[in-house]
Ligand binder design. Structure first.
Ligand code: NAD
Length: 464
């Protein structure tokens, strides 16, 4: 099939390369000429596991083209995926200006039927807006037909390729059979698993067959916002529990484990820490609250999810102050800058927010991240960037672990101990093994974990 993907960012590039991998002929359009040039030169504009292999294979097979010219994309295919950014406006509403502009342009450029597919995360009823916009701006063309479908993307950065090729579900929101048939054809190799997995890492054992859910457009749009908000709620829930654990000397990891065995709850997204970030959860939560309120629904529940999330950084900074006392003039090592491991994405990263707080209090920050430092250097010049995790800790009064990269678990603890002025670790992701770290002579503070491994008695024993 011929497929056009507009927007070649974290989603669009994965979508384009994966569609090429499973046999389609893809044109990727982006209005950033630098990004397109980078891709044409066989380089990736950001880090994502497996993407390099996919890029070289798609380029070698001639199944992908990268262009800045939207007209070329429109001409290539009747199936056009929107993977444009939908960043938050100052009030929290999603900025749909790119989506609107590209819809207008496509309407004017099209000479034949087009199915525009929203893959960007958009508020419910956006598809209807796109349809109307295209109707208006295609007037001069006369009888060109359009459909607009919703096909939200659930991939997570860091595992995006596996997520796209082995999704839990593919959601399709369509208004007629023609649109449904096109999307079913595009996804058939994934649903039927007829493609060959030829990537470096094996497919995780928990990936089974993908379900395709076909519904109307409004429902599909809602599924994405409702899913992300629910996951964000799970994280804030366990973070609220972790604060209680801190107060009573309980262990949030065991509490989460005990909850997670219940199949109605499940173990995922129950990791306490300094909270969620990235380009999806914070903005999708805001946009969902906004669209709900616009439609007369008070979503106080989700406001609380946001409040807990913001508070986690305050709580963590309090812990740092409690341990380090005065931050001014101290050297603080930071492990991890990206908003989560296996990506170099710094958008809305809790680590960066924490670092800004440390700098504002006069601390000197020495940071290390396996992938995100080139990008961070552009925006956070006050930070000293180290060549390795051990280097970052050299001469530090405390080490803060803020992104759970697996390599941080492999650092030689004796060497780390020797390099630090004070062997103190504050683990904002509960990533290290407290027992092992303490046994190596460190002071260790996690999130919702008993201090020094011993359970404290409850602050107040209930009477009655
Ligand atoms: N990042 C994720 O993990 C993820 C997961 C699922 C869904 N989403 C959603 O997918 C959408 C895209 O997210 P992303 O992370 O890929 O964003 P991104 O910022 O990485 O990519 C957007 C791309 O669109 C391009 N673009 C902007 N305006 C354009 C125009 N007029 N013409 C052509 N290209 C244009 C930009 O140059 C950029 O490359 C968002 O709505 C996001 O919420 C993101």
């Amino acid at each position: 099939m011929k497929i056009t993907v507009i927007g070649t960012g974290h989603v669009g590039l994965v979508v384009g390369l994966c569609f090429a991998e499973i046999g389609h002929e893809v044109v990727c359009v982006d209005n950033d000429p630098h990004k397109i040039k980078t891709l044409e030169d066989g380089q990736l504009p950001f880090y994502e596991p497996e993407l390099e292999t996919l890029l070289s294979r798609a380029t070698d097979s001639g199944r992908i083209r990268f262009v800045t010219d939207l007209a070329a994309g429109v001409e290539h295919s009747e199936l056009i995926f929107f993977c444009l950014g939908t960043p938050p406006l100052p009030g929290g509403e999603a900025d749909l200006s790119s989506v609107e502009r590209v819809a207008r342009q496509i309407a004017r450029l099209s000479d034949s039927y087009k199915l525009v597919v929203e893959k960007s995360t958009v508020p419910v009823l956006t598809g209807e807006r796109i349809r109307k916009t295209m109707q208006i701006y295609s007037r001069e063309k006369g009888d060109v037909e359009f459909d607009v479908a919703s096909n939200p993307e659930f991939l997570a950065e860091g595992s995006a390729v596996v997520d796209f090729l082995y999704p839990d579900r593919i959601v399709i929101g369509v208004e007629n059979g023609r649109a449904e048939a096109l999307l079913r054809e595009a996804y058939a190799p994934i649903v039927d698993q007829t493609f060959e997995w030829r990537l470096e890492h094996p497919v995780p054992a928990d990936r089974g067959k993908s379900v395709m859910l076909v519904t109307n457009r409004n429902s599909a749009e809602l599924i994405k916002h409702a899913s992300n908000s629910f996951l964000a709620m799970k994280i804030s829930y366990i973070n609220a529990i972790s604060n209680l654990c801190d107060a009573v000397g309980a262990d949030v990891r065991r509490v989460a484990e005990g909850m997670g065995y219940d199949h109605r709850i499940g173990p995922e997204f129950l990791k306490a820490g300094i909270g969620f970030g990235g380009f999806c959860f914070p903005k999708d939560l805001e946009a969902f609250i906004h669209i709900a309120e616009k439609n007369g629904q008070d979503f106080g529940l989700l406001r609380e999810v946001e409040r807990v999330n913001t508070n986690q950084i305050d709580k963590f900074i309090e812990k740092v102050r409690h341990e380090v006392w005065v931050l001014k003039g101290k050297t603080i090592a930071v492990w991890g800058l990206a908003f989560k491991p296996n990506t170099d994405d710094l958008r809305f990263s809790p680590s960066l927010i924490t670092i800004e707080r440390l700098l504002a209090e006069g601390a000197a920050v020495r940071a290390y991240d396996p992938q995100a430092m080139p990008e961070a250097r552009q925006t956070h010049e006050q930070v000293t960037y180290a060549e390795s995790a051990l280097d970052a800790a050299a001469g530090a009064d405390a080490l803060l672990l803020l992104t759970g990269w697996s390599e941080f678990r492999d650092v030689d603890l004796a060497e780390l101990h020797a390099r630090m002025v004070r062997p103190l670790i504050l683990d904002g992701r509960n990533h290290l093994d407290p027992e092992a770290v303490r046994a190596a002579g460190f002071e260790y503070v996690g999130m919702g974990l008993p201090q020094n491994g011993e359970a404290k008695p409850p602050a107040a024993v209930p009477r009655g």
